[in-house]
Write a protein that binds this ligand. Structure first.
Ligand SMILES: [Zn+2]
Length: 440
């Protein structure tokens, strides 16, 4: 991870309770520690102190802000000391990175929400007020400064900020169904009933007729925002990723469209033709079902093959962000998926893994490196915006919050990854926020 981040081949060894970073051909080293046992024995209840840069005395420390020290209740100053050619950082920041990025606190937890998800309310980051900071990355920035001081003249890779946008296709069209299965027809009947009885909008009936022969999602369908999304991305030099559902494991929570349906195939072709990406959105109960994600991956891949489209490097985002650590990432890896982009909290945006850099998944229980990359998700529109009532003031607050998160990613040269559902870009207010966040 150090080598990926700094672009140099450092060696990390373990000596007298410290990590020792060294570089071949030099006698210098940076020691980090002592190691904090709670990071490695699957603890959840960690203390947390605060390192205050102004107390440090080091000239470069001024460029950093106060930083929480999870796992270390009391900070000894100076945190960074130098003795001849050896620098010592008196905080196990590598242990913290391991604990946070491997989501150790989620393993075997009983604190789950109504959808069996680990909630931000239970997280150490939320309780200690650092969920909205890429704290792991901030500590790596401190380490970068120490490494710069230790090996002067050795160039380190400078990270470059970027933005990624993605869209979970839960509902490709308001009007269904996309396949003539009994369940899908039932879903459609329910939608029609809601439109007529609750929304009291008879005009939908004419659009409903369309379901008898759907070959294309009609352009007047409010959820058909795909071209608008792609145009926005293209104008900002971005590539959108659309995650499609290809299985149904829960009638009311999964959508019931068929990935093989010709209207969906056409949509996928259009997305790929315009240079955007397609990924898998594993269904509601798949996160802990052996073989289900594998089946769903195979269905998506077979559609891509049939259409003659490139099917390498497919990644996933779990529907409803359901996740069991470390089981779900093992299931994703064994399905041949190359990345996961689920890691944020459903109810609160921020840095669930403490970082906005993608990284190789590691199973902290089996101590195995996986062939899967974790691409942390920083914000999902649903956790910030109330769909039903949006005032000008609320829109401003939402936009500001998203831009603050984007700024936090920019400050460490990471990636601001934003999820915005295609079905939630109907209102002009939402489109305005979306556009402002792409530019900001
Ligand atoms: Zn979803």
């Amino acid at each position: 991870m150090l080598n990926e981040r700094y672009g140099q081949t450092f060696t990390v060894s373990h000596k007298e309770g410290y990590f020792v970073i060294s570089l071949e051909g030099t006698d210098k080293s940076v020691r980090i520690g002592p190691l904090i046992p709670s990071f490695y024995d699957m603890s959840r209840d960690l203390s947390c102190g605060m390192w205050e840069s102004e107390k440090e005395g080091y000239p470069w420390a001024k460029s950093l802000t106060k930083m929480p020290t999870p796992g270390m209740g009391v900070v000894n100053y100076p945190l960074v000391q130098r003795e001849n050619e050896t620098f010592t950082v008196d905080y196990d920041l590598l242990g913290f990175a391991f604990w946070m990025m491997c989501r150790v606190e989620e393993i075997d937890t009983k604190e789950l929400d109504a959808f069996d998800r680990f909630s931000h309310l239970s997280s150490h980051a939320f309780k200690h007020n650092y969920l909205e900071r890429p704290l792991v990355d901030e500590w790596f920035e401190l380490l970068r400064l120490v490494i710069n001081d230790c090996w002067r003249g050795v160039p380190l890779k400078q990270p470059e900020f970027k933005m990624e946008v993605s869209h979970d296709v839960d509902r490709p069209r308001r009007i269904g169904p996309h396949k003539w299965s009994f369940l899908a027809v039932l879903k459609s009947v329910r939608t029609i009933a809601v439109d007529l009885l609750v929304r009291r909008d008879p005009s939908v009936l004419t659009r409903r007729i369309f379901v008898l022969n759907p070959t294309e999602i009609e352009t007047t369908d409010p959820y058909n925002t795909f071209d608008w999304i792609m145009t926005q991305s293209e104008s900002k030099g971005l590539v959108s990723t659309f995650y499609f559902l290809s299985g149904m494991t829960n009638f009311s929570k999964d959508s019931g469209y068929s990935i093989e349906h010709r209207a969906i195939r056409r949509l996928i072709r259009r997305i790929k033709k315009r240079g955007h990406r397609v990924g898998l959105h594993p269904s509601f109960n798949s996160f802990r079902q052996p073989d289900q994600i594998k089946k769903e991956t195979a269905r998506l891949l077979s559609v891509l093959h049939d259409e003659g489209l490139e099917a390498e490097s497919i990644g996933a985002r779990m529907h409803y962000l359901r996740w069991e650590q470390p089981l779900t990432m093992e299931l994703l890896e064994s399905s041949g998926l190359k990345h996961d982009a689920s890691m944020t909290y459903a109810e609160k945006p921020g840095f669930r893994c403490g970082t906005c850099f993608d990284y190789i998944a590691y199973n902290p229980v089996s101590h195995k490196m996986l062939g899967l990359r974790i691409k942390p998700l920083i914000a999902m529109e649903a956790s910030i915006i109330d769909y039903h009532k949006i005032s000008k003031q609320q829109a401003e607050i939402a936009q500001k919050e998203l831009l603050l998160l984007k700024g936090a990613c920019r400050s460490v040269g990471g990636t601001f990854s934003l999820l915005w559902h295609n079905s939630e870009l109907i209102r002009e207010e939402h489109r305005e926020i979306y556009k402002a966040v792409l530019v900001g």
